[in-house]
Write a protein that binds this ligand. Structure first.
Ligand code: SF4
Length: 351
């Protein structure tokens, strides 16, 4: 529920306060030095579920290697995956390349500036479309990501689960009302909401003393900041165990490419299989590999979403004709690897 006294008067006060604060406090981020819609698009896709400091070197490398939309659209898939290697959630980059190819085909290589056309692109939802449209084209379209949800739910006292349909509708409406106040500065306004969430209105211990809209904040006024936004319970963590095989023939190692349709599709990995909680890791794959040593050469731990993955890695000899490619370490370095398997590769390089 909105705090009644904060609306609508506060909307008109919040916007100039945020704009002034943003002008003085915005971080100098590489994607903020341009309004090229392609660069904005790439940064927004990279920033989904990934922190700014992780994204910066990826973004800089990407723009050097694939400076234009046309370069991206025609780039080899393995090159694209290599540039994305380590960022995870690879469907993002596959969709992004499909979007770039569609723009080449349907819009003659010009990034579309109409919301409806941006929304037609693969992998682009309302948030990303709003970000591209406002940041690259300065159009008054709202955005709502985790940071903005936190800021708005505290400012306006949005109670209950912020993922609920009715709360989502309220939050989008608020974001829209805000961006419509000053249509000359919609890009800055949207970015100021995200920046405030990132730098001041943090999930834990927000710096309300430094907040430009503290005098208008419902949660602060009511001394209930910790109650907003309501956090949905996290899904239970699941442990998974895998056995991976490092099979070597002279200076060649056996690797394979993950098939389309699976998580991490088209990335490379060492042959592996999942083993049950109680099975012995060195029994796994007995019909395809003969272990050279029953002691793992390394153990790799990796977390992805709710999964806590343990990979036990054995030196092995391939006993049959196992599908895959034999590559030198130097060749492996040039391939895009799934993150857990990249750690195995790093271990092999360090030996
Ligand atoms: Fe967030 Fe505190 Fe500012 Fe309210 S006053 S918006 S809780 S930082």
């Amino acid at each position: 529920m909105h705090a009644p006294e904060l609306k609508p008067r506060s909307i008109n006060q919040i916007v100039p306060a945020l704009l002034k604060w943003f002008a003085a406090n915005a971080r100098d981020l590489p994607w903020r030095r341009t309004t090229d819609p392609y660069a904005v698009f790439i940064s927004e896709i990279m920033l989904q579920q990934t922190q700014v400091k992780t994204v910066i070197p990826y973004f800089e490398r990407w723009m050097k290697e694939l400076p234009t939309l046309a370069d991206f659209a025609k780039a080899r898939q393995q090159k694209v995956l290599k540039l994305w290697e380590g960022l995870g959630y690879y469907s993002r980059v596959r969709n992004a390349q499909a979007a770039a190819q569609l723009i080449m085909l349907k819009h003659g290589g010009q990034f579309p500036d109409k919301m409806a056309e941006i929304l037609e692109l693969p992998g682009i939802g309302r948030y990303t479309a709003g970000a591209i449209s406002s940041i690259a084209f300065n159009q008054p379209n709202p955005i709502l990501d985790g940071n903005v949800i936190r800021v708005l739910s505290r400012l306006f006292g949005i109670a209950g689960n912020t993922r609920d349909k009715s709360n989502q509708a309220k939050l989008w409406r608020l974001a829209e009302e805000l961006v419509l106040v000053d249509t000359v500065h919609c890009s800055e306004l949207n970015q100021s909401l995200m920046e405030l969430g990132a730098l001041v209105c943090a999930p834990r211990q927000p710096k309300c003393g430094e907040c430009p809209v503290s005098g208008l904040c419902f949660a602060l006024k009511e001394n209930r900041v910790a109650e907003f936004p309501m956090v949905a319970p996290r899904p239970n963590v699941m442990q998974r165990r895998f056995t991976a095989f490092v099979a070597r023939k002279d200076n060649l190692f056996l690797v394979r490419q993950r098939p389309a349709g699976l998580v991490n599709a088209h990335l490379w990995e060492f042959p592996n299989l999942e083993v049950g909680e109680k099975s012995r890791s060195d029994d796994a794959g007995a019909n395809q590999f003969r272990l050279i040593d029953s002691v793992p050469i390394c153990r790799v731990r990796h977390s992805i979403t709710r999964y806590r993955i343990l990979l036990e890695v054995f030196l092995a000899e391939a006993t049959g004709d196992i599908p895959g490619d034999w590559k030198t370490l130097a060749q492996l370095e040039r391939l895009p690897f799934a993150s857990a398997h990249k750690k195995i590769l790093k271990f092999l390089q360090s030996r």
